[in-house]
Design a protein. Structure first.
Length: 284
């Protein structure tokens, strides 16, 4: 594993000083990518805007993550996170950080909230999401529901150990066959990598530099899902997301269609025919 990267949040910045995270130093120290905390609950990480801009200025591939806590509904959190990233989602997948223990619900509720968050983000961004978690946390808070869905999403696993130990726990306690990123320590040399914190989270990409280049170049994978028409009189297909756009086609009752983007309560048909209002559909 030779593709090294970092992840940062407000904790890498000392607010009493004028300087911030120096991503040029991170590049010089060997960082090839950075995940940046965007939000938690429904508020921004205080350093997100400048971290994002400065990391891009240094030439680092960037990706944003959201810390999913239990203080707000998952859909509200997802809409906030995806709304922030909608103009510039970065080259790396959007990430949900699934590790909060404070006021955590039971397995069933935690899993459903995670699922709601992931689906909402994917619908809004059209990007395949990545789940950050630890093997033991996953075992404690995953109920077993939506297994096919979660197993087909990227995994960023946290395990401060050697590779073999991490892989054993991956196989024993999670539903994934493999991982995409591995956070292998939280004790990286922060000062060397341009942080003001003494320590820093360090990560490896699971693959060669060539594979990483392909991953970054091709990570914008449209996510599709299916909807069934529930309106007894059928559904109009319009040229754009709203009733002001002209009608271009129609769908009969119980028709099942594939969509690949959502804007408010409108979804775009994946075959390019137009947009439909999702108020009279159900997900299948």
């Amino acid at each position: 594993m030779t593709v090294l990267g970092i992840d940062v949040s407000k904790w890498q910045d000392e607010n009493s000083t004028p300087q911030m995270m120096d991503f040029h130093k991170a590049v010089d120290a060997g960082a090839n990518f950075v995940f940046i905390k965007v939000s938690q609950a429904t508020y921004l990480d205080p350093d997100y805007v400048l971290n994002w801009a400065h990391a891009k200025d240094a030439g680092l591939p960037v990706g944003g993550y959201h810390y999913l806590d239990w203080t707000k509904p998952a859909v509200d959190q997802a809409r906030f996170f995806a709304g922030v990233l909608s103009a510039d989602p970065g080259q790396l997948p959007p990430v949900v950080d699934f590790e909060c223990k404070t006021n955590a619900p039971n397995k069933r509720d935690a899993t459903e909230r995670l699922y709601q968050f992931c689906v909402t983000v994917e619908q809004m961004l059209g990007r395949k999401i990545m789940i950050y978690t630890g093997a033991f946390y996953w075992a404690a808070f995953y109920s077993g529901a939506h297994e096919d869905y979660f197993a087909s999403r990227y995994l960023w696993i946290a395990s401060y150990s050697d590779l073999n130990y991490m892989l054993r726990n991956l196989a024993t306690y999670t539903i994934w066959d493999d991982y995409t990123f591995w956070q292998f320590t939280d004790k990286g040399n922060g000062l060397r990598f341009g942080a003001e914190s003494l320590q820093l989270d360090m990560n490896y990409f699971n693959g060669t530099p060539e594979r990483f280049a392909q991953f970054v170049g091709g990570v914008v994978i449209p996510v599709t899902w299916k909807l069934r028409v529930t309106s007894l009189i059928g559904l109009r297909v319009r040229s754009g997301p709203g009733t002001s756009f002209e009608r271009v086609d129609g769908l009969p009752y119980r028709a099942v269609v594939t969509v690949d983007k959502q804007q408010g309560n409108w979804a775009r048909l994946a075959d390019g025919r137009g947009w439909i209002c999702t108020d009279w559909t159900v997900r299948v």
